[in-house]
Design a protein around this ligand. Structure first.
Ligand code: GDD
Ligand code: MN
Length: 366
């Protein structure tokens, strides 16, 4: 038997796409012609058992592989792991839901093979590409705004940097992979920003189809992630997306604190009692929102959430002591009151973030 070695790995992130896989593999088989290919499904342990369908397919077809990820969520991260699992010279990324037109894949690969470009984007906005079918008016508008913002970030004009359909040289991917943000929805923007000025990019038009089975996972969270990514890149990658979210949530905690304090005072509580209750209310709300937002990919639930909340109280308590300690010390060293105050807040917040990442939501920091 001929040893099997694909020219292109087609990475397909999946979440609840069980009803699309069989058809997608069939369409890929028809579209790829003589190009040796494999498809790598990266499934985040979908409740609908998408990974089971993928592994069933893989048992009878060596071109099908599946990575089942447990305890993790995220489109970009799934794409990164799928691409890293490949040894093929070229990698393509596409949705499982048949919205991306697989028939242009050979043309995309051809441009990579010929050396015309290192990254080829399937674009809904050049030539006879179209996005009218797959998108609602609101989504189309948001997509245009995001495209403008992304252009600033990646420092060049690309008609569809938000595309989830693209192909690139694996070597290029391996180079930028350590710098990519795994929590977002828009991995192509991140790749383009990370490889700024170093690679040639070209586009191939296609018609964006509407989703047949299952539901879109694009939501408010995906939009927030995108802004997080923009900020992360604008600070030269110094500030992590997670840290940004943690700080934003912390600021909302101040509002909660003041509301609770006012409520407690109006209810006739003494100041100390009201202030204590407000502190607990703010910490609780910070924990809940961080669990939903900042750490949505490793959300705690049930007993683990309760244990997490208690640990969070402890972390914030120590953070507050560090805050007061630093601020007092600076104030006594003749710094202005506001310099001392801000420095204390920064130290406390950074402490809370670092310790929460280690103790409450155990993970690597990114
Ligand atoms: N593993 C994994 N984990 N896969 C995910 C996750 C996740 O958390 N969230 C979504 N996916 C998978 C979906 O199952 C689908 O195969 C693909 O990622 C895209 O998700 P959709 O829910 O279909 O997104 P969309 O159609 O609204 O947007 C897509 O197409 C746009 C146009 O090209 C995305 O690829 C956008 O980035 C892109 O702009
Ligand atoms: Mn889709």
């Amino acid at each position: 038997m001929q040893p099997f070695s694909p020219t292109v790995s087609i990475v397909v992130p999946t979440f609840n796409e069980s009803r699309n896989l069989r058809r997608l593999v069939h369409l890929l088989d028809r579209a790829m012609g003589t190009i040796p290919w494999e498809v790598v499904f990266v499934d985040d342990d979908s409740p609908d058992g998408t990974w089971k369908v993928a592994k069933d397919l893989a048992r009878t077809d060596a071109r099908v592989r599946c990575i089942r990820r447990i305890g993790r969520r995220g489109l970009a991260g799934a794409c990164i792991e799928g691409a890293l699992s490949s040894a093929a010279p070229y990698v393509a990324v596409m949705d499982a839901d048949l919205q991306h037109d697989e028939t242009i894949l050979p043309a995309m690969v051809a441009k990579l093979v010929s050396g015309e470009a290192e990254i080829v984007i399937g674009s809904r906005f050049v030539g006879d590409g179209s996005s009218t079918l797959g998108f609602t008016t609101g989504r189309a508008f948001a997509s245009r705004v995001a495209t403008r913002l992304a252009a600033i970030l990646i420092g060049r004009q690309v008609s569809d940097p938000m595309s989830g359909f693209f192909a690139l040289k694996r070597q290029v991917f391996e180079t930028v992979a350590p710098r990519l943000v795994p929590s977002g929805f828009k991995i192509l923007v991140d790749i383009l920003a990370s490889s700024r000025g170093q690679v040639r990019v070209t586009e191939v038009a296609y018609r964006f189809r509407s989703r047949q089975e299952g539901r879109s996972k694009f939501d408010a969270r995906a939009i927030l992630d995108f802004f997080g990514l923009l900020l992360h890149r604008m600070t030269g990658g110094m500030v992590s997306v997670r840290f940004l979210f943690f700080m934003i949530v912390g600021s909302t905690g101040i509002a909660i604190h003041l509301l609770a304090l006012r409520g407690g005072l109006l209810a006739g509580l003494g100041f100390d009692t009201a202030q204590s209750l407000a502190t607990v209310a703010a910490m609780t709300s910070n924990f809940l929102v961080n669990n939903q937002l900042t750490y949505s990919d490793m959300k705690l639930s049930g007993a683990a959430a309760l244990a997490g909340l208690l640990k969070f109280y402890v972390v914030c308590g120590v953070g507050a002591l560090a805050n007061i300690g630093v601020a007092s010390w600076l104030f006594l060293s003749n710094e202005d009151w506001w310099v001392a105050g801000i420095a204390g807040v920064i130290v406390g917040a950074t402490f809370n973030y670092t310790m929460s990442s280690i103790i409450v939501w155990r993970q690597q920091q990114n």
